[in-house]
Design a protein around this ligand. Structure first.
Ligand code: SF4
Length: 395
């Protein structure tokens, strides 16, 4: 996230959020994190700003995203083997595996597509819910804090993340009769964050830069950030590299060769071994493209083994909570400049080598795909049965 991403729209959600949020920020241990497309200076200035509001720790989601990527890699290998080594009916639903980080896509799949598509969607939680699970389960235990005493806020690129945070799947109880605990208590869009800055009359440029909280942030000692390429999560890229190495012994060095297929929001990448295509993944952004690909899955004609599906055209940089182009600037130009800035001053790093994630597995989750990892890092999807009234309306 970077400050240039924010817009000043949608004051309504901000006014709904803040009255209950502010006292908690001042008096309760609060955690706040935001997505990783942020220069180090903005990250440090936001840390200053939030801490003056009473926030106790500020993280970005690049670290929790690394954990979701590792779990996704292991899930893909399991599904691939299931698909290729067994012939029962269930194994046919193992591939293609579809990414699950976009709540816009999940909502559409549950409400409109229902049971035929849901088994293909990865069970791995999004980075937002992953960091929520880490904080409310593991970090609480580690620091001897009750999870109900933490108010955890995320800053995200779209309003659908608010819907994701309130799903029943992301609520848990520590004791049988205990209070219900949400992994994420409140979600602000980047636009609402700018509203907050303006409402406090903060001169952002002159804010001091605070040291970063290293507990769950991919920030190196030297003061730079590290993460993965891909402004919408990098799922296709990271899983492709991992599958090429694990399944076919091919270490891919350098950038992947994504080829544009129908439009800039539909790209594919393939791996060939001995003249045969053994892996075929696609990035599929925007509803027009995802509807086409879903039709193919339904007809049993999808040639991809993995699909990184995002509801917004151009992905999360173009999310509904992000900045709109200025007068005279095209949406395309804005997205292109954001794509470049997203990785500016960010060093690419392999999620599997992330020392924080290694520590989380060693101290808490055991290993990727373990029972503990399934309990805390994975979720389920539910077809939403339409009411008779809505069915009659569509009839
Ligand atoms: S693609 Fe759009 S709807 Fe989906 S998570 Fe990103 S910003 Fe939200």
């Amino acid at each position: 996230m970077s400050f240039f991403l924010v817009s000043i729209k949608e004051r309504l959600s901000l006014s709904l959020c803040l009255p209950s949020l502010e006292p908690l920020l001042l008096f309760i241990l609060a955690f706040l994190h935001f997505s990783p497309c942020v220069s180090i200076q903005v990250f440090k200035k936001l840390t200053t700003l939030f801490k003056t509001l009473g926030v106790k720790a500020v993280f970005d989601t690049s670290c929790s995203r690394d954990l979701t990527l590792i779990e996704s890699c292991y899930e893909f290998i399991t599904r691939y083997r299931q698909c290729h080594l067994t012939t029962d009916e269930k194994s046919k639903l193992a591939l293609p595996m579809i990414s699950s980080a976009c709540p816009g896509w999940i909502c559409y799949a549950e409400k409109t597509l229902g049971s035929y598509i849901l088994p293909y969607i990865s069970s791995v939680k999004s980075p937002q819910q992953t960091i929520g699970a880490i904080i409310k389960n593991h970090i609480c235990q580690m620091l001897c804090i009750r999870p109900e005493d933490i108010y955890h806020v995320t800053v995200m690129p779209c309003y659908d993340k608010k819907l994701e945070a309130v799903r029943d799947d992301f609520v848990f109880q520590v004791e049988a009769q205990g209070e219900k605990i949400t992994e994420v208590d409140s979600v602000l869009t980047t636009g609402e964050l700018l509203d907050l800055v303006k409402s406090r009359s903060v001169d952002f440029a002159s804010l001091e830069e605070s040291p970063l909280d290293k507990l769950l942030a991919n920030a190196a000692e030297g003061g730079h950030l590290y993460g993965v390429h891909g402004s919408s999560g990098g799922y296709a890229e990271i899983i492709f590299r991992y599958a090429a190495k694990t399944l076919f012994g091919k270490e891919i060095v350098g950038p992947l060769n994504f080829k544009t297929i129908r439009n800039s929001d539909f790209k594919e990448v393939t791996l060939e071994v001995d003249g045969e295509t053994v892996l075929k993944f696609a990035l599929c952004y925007g509803f027009r493209n995802l509807q086409n690909v879903v039709r193919k899955i339904k007809a049993g004609k999808c040639e991809y083994q993995f699909l990184e599906i995002m509801a917004c055209p151009s992905g999360c940089l173009n999310g509904g909570g992000q900045i709109k182009p200025k007068a005279g600037e095209s949406a395309k130009d804005l997205i292109q400049s954001l794509e470049l800035k997203y990785m500016e001053n960010v060093t690419e790093a392999d999620p599997l080598e992330n020392p924080i994630i290694k520590g989380l597995y060693a101290e808490w989750l055991d290993e990727p795909g373990s029972e503990k990892a399934k309990k805390h890092m994975h979720t389920e999807y539910h077809p939403i049965v339409k009411s008779i009234t809505s069915q009659l309306q569509n009839w």
